[in-house]
Design a binder for this molecule. Structure first.
Ligand code: GAP
Length: 466
């Protein structure tokens, strides 16, 4: 974890929030490369689950919602734990967890016993974050999950989009929780982002001989596992864990977590829950509006069941970062490399001039950067020798480098004409090929579109490894 935190800061992925003021507990800011990585994760998720599937649609609900939403959802009643704050270290603890003997408090960090609330009177502090309010009348909450924004819009989407069950609604957005023990870098924070799907199914139907909700629950578990594998998480670092009956959330019939072997050990990466008809029924009860679906075949109104694949963006990012990180030995030297899937890599191509004093080389390199950056995130760098530049790009996971050299542009003084080819270097194998300038666009379309390096490289002239 220390290596990831330090690389993240050094190379512009993730910074501690408000660092110049000493930082804030468990808040992190995504730097120039971090935000690209995060956007790429969200982009492929949206494309794969919302755009490519005929049974899915997107939504962007507001973070602040009617306060009754959280009464109906059960958050206000079910996630309320008595909390106390240590006056010395300012950390917040669940009152019943800080000492063997209830209410004989000793802070686990300072061993002190001075808390915001005198022993015996723990304050009731709910897991849902309240926004600053002057009076209770205007009380609103920062949402602790994006899911409720989907449930309250169920009928709007059903009617406006004329859908038939089964169908799903997905959204990506911020969520906030008063976590008791935030920490472990971006693994658990008070402000984070979720990618959530609520997939509505008809409980009166069966699919392949099984109740529709159970069938679709299995399908979503398989799909979600396959998605993480497709973008690079190692098979050996992923596993499924079923929730025991006593740990199921108040709304769930069955929940399976996808766990990842994080640097802190096996921990939850995402949850896939069967929320039954709990939420729609609750919102119907509290709002007085019917949230049902008319089953034309059976001529009756039904309350759909809901399968919920719910992943954290930040936690997914930490898993992709951890899985990509390698320390290798190359020609007797340590090489740190992030082997990101090309779709996730923050930068796709780095264009590097071999000689920064040669105006024609620099001009050609800038022109290549300008052209390629119409389609991909591309950087130009001439601030070090080529070996150092390659290592820098390895360390941030850039899949390909393009080098412009004297051979490309020729040497007018000597009357030599260039061959109009540049070197492409592959991050993983460090192999290099010579490619004509006019073929660069189509070669990168293949490589960044998923073609294997070997199948593309085989068509071009090979150069030694870089
Ligand atoms: N709507 C269901 C729900 O919110 P959850 O298991 O509490 O379920 C879903 O959260 C996912 O959100 C988790 O698997 C995790 O990836 C992410 N998540 C939850 N709490 C988080 C936190 N404090 N910091 C970062 N990510 C978090």
């Amino acid at each position: 974890m220390d290596a990831l935190v330090s690389l993240s800061k050094r190379r512009g992925f993730i910074f501690q929030s408000s660092e110049i003021y000493g930082g804030t507990g468990s808040c992190w800011d995504y730097g120039p490369l971090g935000v690209e990585l995060k956007q790429n994760i969200k982009r492929v998720w949206w494309r794969d689950y919302i755009q490519r599937r005929p049974d899915m649609m997107g939504l962007d609900a507001s973070i602040l919602m009617h306060p009754t939403v959280w009464k109906a959802s059960g958050h206000v009643d079910n996630f309320t734990d008595p909390m106390v704050d240590c006056l010395e270290c300012r950390r917040r603890f669940r009152a019943d967890k800080i000492d063997e003997t209830p209410w004989v408090h000793h802070c686990p960090a300072t061993k002190g016993n001075k808390f915001t609330i005198p022993a015996g009177e723990p304050c009731s502090h709910c897991g849902v974050t309240r926004t600053p309010v002057e009076e209770d009348a205007s009380l609103t909450y920062l949402r602790p999950e994006t899911a409720q924004g989907i449930f309250v819009n169920f009928d709007n989407v059903l009617q406006s989009m004329r859908r038939k069950l089964p169908f799903g609604i997905g959204q990506i957005g911020k969520a906030f929780r008063n976590e008791i023990t935030p920490g472990n870098f971006i693994f658990r924070t008070r402000e984070f982002e979720q990618m959530e799907i609520e997939f509505f199914v008809n409980p009166l139907e069966t699919v392949e001989g099984r109740p529709a909700d159970e069938y679709w629950h299995e399908r979503w578990i398989e799909d979600s596992m396959a998605w993480f594998r497709r973008y690079g998480l190692g098979e050996e670092n992923l596993r499924l864990r079923e929730h025991e009956a006593d740990e199921l959330a108040h709304y769930a019939k069955r929940t399976a977590d996808i766990e990842y072997r994080f640097p802190i050990g096996w921990s939850e990466l995402m949850g896939i829950a069967n929320r039954t008809d709990f939420d729609l029924k609750q919102h119907a009860k509290f709002s007085g509006k019917a949230l049902t679906y008319y089953d034309e075949e059976r001529k009756e109104h039904v309350v759909p069941y809901v399968i919920e694949p719910s992943a954290g963006v930040d936690r997914a990012l930490l898993a992709f970062l951890a899985d990509a990180y390698r320390e290798e030995e190359v020609r007797g030297e340590k090489r740190v490399v992030l082997r990101f899937h090309p779709e996730l890599a923050p930068l796709k191509v780095a264009v590097l001039p071999l000689l920064k004093k040669r105006e024609d080389i620099v001009r050609t390199a800038h022109a290549i950067r300008d052209e390629l950056s119409k389609d991909w995130s591309v950087v130009y760098d001439d601030t070090a020798a080529i070996g150092r530049l390659y290592r820098r790009q390895d360390e941030v996971g850039t899949p390909y480098c393009v080098t412009v050299d004297v051979q490309t542009v020729g040497d007018q003084a000597k009357g030599e004409v260039g061959d109009g080819k540049v070197t492409i270097r592959d991050r993983n194998s460090m192999e290099q090929i010579r490619v004509p300038l006019e073929a660069l666009g189509s070669v990168f379309r293949e490589l960044l579109g998923g073609a294997a390096w070997a199948s593309v490289a085989g068509r071009f002239e090979r150069k030694g490894d870089g």
